[in-house]
Design a binder for this molecule. Sequence first.
Ligand SMILES: NC(=O)c1ccc[n+]([C@@H]2O[C@H](COP(=O)([O-])OP(=O)(O)OC[C@H]3O[C@@H](n4cnc5c(N)ncnc54)[C@H](OP(=O)(O)O)[C@@H]3O)[C@@H](O)[C@H]2O)c1
Length: 253
Amino acid sequence: MFKAVLLEKNDAGFHAGVSQIDESRLPEGDVLVAVEYSTLNYKDALAITNTGPVVRNWPMVPGIDGAGTILESNHPDWRVGEGFILNGWGVGETHWGCLAERARLKGDWLVPLPAWFTTRQAMAIGTAGYTAMLSVMALQDHFARKGTKHDDGEVLVTGATGGVGSVAIALLAKMGYRVVASTGKASEADYLRTLGAQAVIDRAELGTPGKPLQKERWIGIVDCVGSHTLVNALAQTRYGGAVAACGLTQGGD
Ligand SMILES: NC(=O)c1ccc[n+]([C@@H]2O[C@H](COP(=O)([O-])OP(=O)(O)OC[C@H]3O[C@@H](n4cnc5c(N)ncnc54)[C@H](OP(=O)(O)O)[C@@H]3O)[C@@H](O)[C@H]2O)c1
């Protein structure tokens, strides 16, 4: 038996609670894992409060990410006792997730826990930090292909105080880029500068319909906001620049 958050929806309605579950109820997979840490991602919050169409199969154990240790493995790449990290792959949506002491997952979904991280640190970075790094790596790939240098111009990060945006700022600044943070929270400007932003702009500058071509400013953008913000940011992207768009907090329009 193991402890897990269990979400149920049936004739009696929706119910979320902590349950004792028998391991025989775990879904199919080629690795059984002990989950040591998970995060409370936005998707998990939607699932647990039944306020968004995140859960596709019922009942569901939420938890879209996790880190822990392999307990059993039928996968060629994974041995008992190894540390893993999982982000996404529909876990917590279509496949029982990591807000649980145990999970049965596909070995192909897991990445090895680097020796210099604890499972707790890996989940402190979480899927938000992972998304930020993927976005920054996408920009780096593009810059390398184009021969763009750190001091060629500014990189914009929208949704700056959020989970993805804040990590993206810290990563880009540490790598030596000139980062401009776009935020709706003027009171957080000092925090954003502490993370490494060289300038902070009001998100209202980007949030309403603008012209399709605007003054070129950004060599790169990590956009967490979508909607008009993404359209304006694209219109201000320098020729040969790149945008990593990973979010829709302003809207899906
Ligand atoms: N977290 C993940 O694991 C993950 C993974 C993949 C994709 N995403 C997507 O990336 C986006 C950001 O995720 P997150 O975890 O960073 O979310 P978050 O922590 O809630 O941050 C989102 C930020 O967006 C800004 N924002 C909120 N409402 C806005 C609005 N109406 N107009 C303009 N800006 C607004 C706010 O930043 P300011 O107050 O600083 O403006 C807020 O802090 C989401 O769309 C999410 O679905 C997230």
